[in-house]
Design a protein around this ligand. Structure first.
Ligand SMILES: *Cc1c(COP(=O)(O)O)cnc(C)c1O
Length: 387
């Protein structure tokens, strides 16, 4: 057994990030300023988005994008149950009704072929989540959205660096929302970015993110700005700070290398687990895409074992292996169980995955020895609890 606990994820923070934060702290300019602008431009250029709006989190990005849609009470937004709750919570807080569509059993992405039957005259938008960093099948999804006049909002929290048919997520004809939480592929501590080609939407999100002040309002205390400002509408306080962007500026150039490291570990796991019947390894989508490997999420075949998934995770912890849970399906959480109008309706593939999924350690600084420890621990737990 391993001597040291292996966490399921940890960010790679090096001297460049640390020195840049210190530089911000010493400079007298800590909050939104020139470094946020630099990060905004660099990230927008990387993903291929004409407009990028930096924010305090992806949750803020989802909230403001949905508010910018001007949802009215009872408007329906289609999304997946296999996501972090904030995707669905923001639909509720923006005044919409979340409509969950089941996932594909393999990729765990929303099953695009099951969306049509959920579209009603009240449907306004579809929010696909690129689960674990593997792009959803966007061509048929866009075709459906065009047919019914729906907005597509990509929850791209897992998908910094992902590609769909040769195009970066962030450059498709929609709006994409990225997260820079410490577990994500690159981090700013906390942070998010709304990326789009829709200038009016970017402008609206910009206004809403900072008290309703016009776009370049951060300059009001700088040499090039004026202290006066106009409030164009009541807004939130969702801006990213320079001390956050200072981290992001040095994370972004490493993103492709991070993904390569993650992929190497994922490939190692896939080879090692190919012969382990009790574990269903992640399935690759049949279309061309670049997987960003934000997560490595096998399904534990609990019917072959004498313990459930939560106990499996607890056993791994005893072996000094950390795990994550991405995700318990949204409709299994108490509030959604009670408040979703469709709780009675079954989402069999999501239910199946929700009871069996776990996230094994996956982060760029992991070594092959670390991964071998994970594989050994998983095999030990399985051997101990085989039916
Ligand atoms: C992390 C995550 C979010 C929220 O991101 P924050 O930056 O933490 O607000 C939303 N959706 C998904 C799928 C996520 O993984």
């Amino acid at each position: 057994m391993r001597n040291e606990f292996l966490p399921f994820s940890t960010p790679t923070i090096e001297d460049a990030e640390i020195n840049e934060v210190v530089d911000s702290l010493r400079s007298g300019w800590i909050t939104t300023g020139p470094k946020v602008k630099r990060f905004e431009e660099a990230f927008g250029a990387y993903v291929g988005a004409p407009f990028a709006v930096p924010l305090s989190s992806a949750t803020a990005g989802l909230h403001l994008t949905l508010l910018a849609l001007k949802i009215e009470d009872g408007d329906e937004i289609i999304t997946t149950p296999m996501t972090f709750v904030s995707t669905v919570s923001m639909i509720v807080l923006a005044g919409g009704v979340p409509v969950l569509v089941d996932i594909e059993p393999g990729t765990l992405n929303i099953d695009v072929t099951k969306i049509r039957e959920k579209i009603t005259p009240r449907t306004r938008a579809i929010i696909p989540v690129h689960f674990a960093g593997q792009a959803c099948d966007m061509d048929p999804l866009f075709a459906l959205a065009a047919e019914f006049g729906l907005t597509v909002i990509e929850d791209a929290a897992h998908a910094a660096g992902s590609e769909y048919k040769g195009k970066r997520i962030g450059s498709l004809d929609s709006v994409s929302i990225f997260s820079f939480h410490p577990n994500k592929n690159i981090t700013t501590g906390e942070g998010g970015m709304v990326c789009t080609g829709d200038e009016a939407l970017a402008e609206e999100v910009s206004l809403l993110k900072f008290h309703g002040m016009s776009r370049e309002a951060w300059k009001r205390f700088a040499a090039t700005g004026t202290p006066n400002y106009d409030i164009l509408l009541p807004g939130f306080k969702y801006n990213m700070m320079d001390i956050q962007a200072a981290i992001g500026i040095h994370q972004l150039p490493k993103l492709d290398g991070f993904i390569d490291s993650r992929k190497a570990i994922a490939d190692f796991y896939n080879r090692a687990f190919a012969t382990v019947d009790e574990l269903a390894i992640p399935v690759t989508a049949p279309y061309q895409q670049r997987h960003a490997w934000h997560l490595y999420t096998p399904l534990v075949r609990i019917e072959m074992l004498t313990l459930d998934r939560d106990a499996f995770m607890a056993e791994l912890k005893k072996e000094n292996i950390g795990t994550g849970l991405h995700y318990k399906a949204v409709h299994h959480h108490p509030w959604y169980r009670e408040n979703l109008p469709q709780t009675e309706q079954s989402l069999p593939n999501a239910d199946y995955a929700s009871d069996r999924i776990l996230s094994l350690p996956l982060f760029p600084r992991m070594t092959e020895d670390d991964a071998a420890d994970v594989v050994a621990a998983v095999k030990t737990v399985i051997a101990r609890h085989r039916k």
